[in-house]
Design a protein around this ligand. Structure first.
Ligand SMILES: C[S@@+](CC[C@H](N)C(=O)[O-])C[C@H]1O[C@@H](n2cnc3c(N)ncnc32)[C@H](O)[C@@H]1O
Length: 218
């Protein structure tokens, strides 16, 4: 179990925090939390403002393959895979790897990359319909904070169940009160978030033995 920054080589997106702050209305939060068209491809005020493949996940995929020593024939699951960008890039950097995704958004799955058609499953991270130990690694990036705490524990347990000791979970966090304020002025979808200590308590409660890292706004 280790803290490891597997997204270190993901290009940083520039975010207009002031603009998002003004957009944090109950209506916009409700729209974002539907994870539909507007969240991915609608206005920036309710989500990504356009979620398109541009290859930025390739270096991350390389680091995931190296970290978990994945090889052709191994199975990896991306929980919260959205349109399957990482699933596609995992198979690109490691030909023969069996990569799959799971997401709650029918919109994202219906607009997935052609290379991953049939590999993405509709479902919720707290109840994943795959067998115990079914994967050589399970990744979940910026997804599990979208649950309330009790359900987040169940989702972390699922990662552990599917790939004991071979998970990677990245979630929203902050290390200082200033970072927390900044996060609170930005967040739309996260329902549970905490300092790293709080997340570590949750991981322990879930019996999690995999790896983790934090998404921190700065
Ligand atoms: C911030 S996006 C992250 C997408 C992708 N992992 C990335 O890092 O670009 C959060 C994703 O979690 C998905 N999601 C939200 N709640 C979920 C749930 N209960 N189960 C599975 N996926 C969920 C959303 O549809 C969305 O695709």
């Amino acid at each position: 179990m280790a803290e490891v920054d597997l997204l270190a080589r993901l290009p940083k997106t520039r975010r207009d925090i002031q603009k998002r702050h003004a957009a944090q209305t109950p209506e916009n939060i409700a729209i974002a939390q539907q994870f539909g068209h507007d969240y991915f491809d609608g206005p920036r005020a309710v989500g990504y403002g356009g979620y398109r493949y541009d290859g930025r996940w390739i270096p991350v995929a390389e680091d995931i393959v190296r970290h978990f020593r994945l090889k052709p024939g191994d199975r990896v699951l991306d929980v919260g895979c959205a349109k399957g960008f990482l699933v596609k890039d995992l198979m690109k950097v490691c030909p023969g790897l069996e990569a799959f995704g799971l997401d709650i958004s029918e919109y994202a799955l219906m607009h997935c990359e052609p290379e991953v058609v049939g590999r993405l499953h509709l479902g919720s991270a707290d109840r994943v319909p795959f067998p115990d130990g079914g994967f050589n690694a399970v990744i979940s990036i910026n997804t599990i904070h979208n649950f309330e705490r009790a359900d987040a524990i169940r989702a972390v347990r699922e990662v552990e169940r599917l790939a004991p000791g071979r998970g990677f979970i990245q979630v929203d966090s902050y290390r200082t009160p200033e970072q927390r304020e900044l996060f609170l002025s930005w967040v739309l979808t996260a329902k549970f978030h905490d300092y790293p200590d709080g997340w570590m308590r949750l991981f322990r409660e879930a019996g999690y033995t995999g790896d983790w890292y934090w998404t921190i706004l700065e």
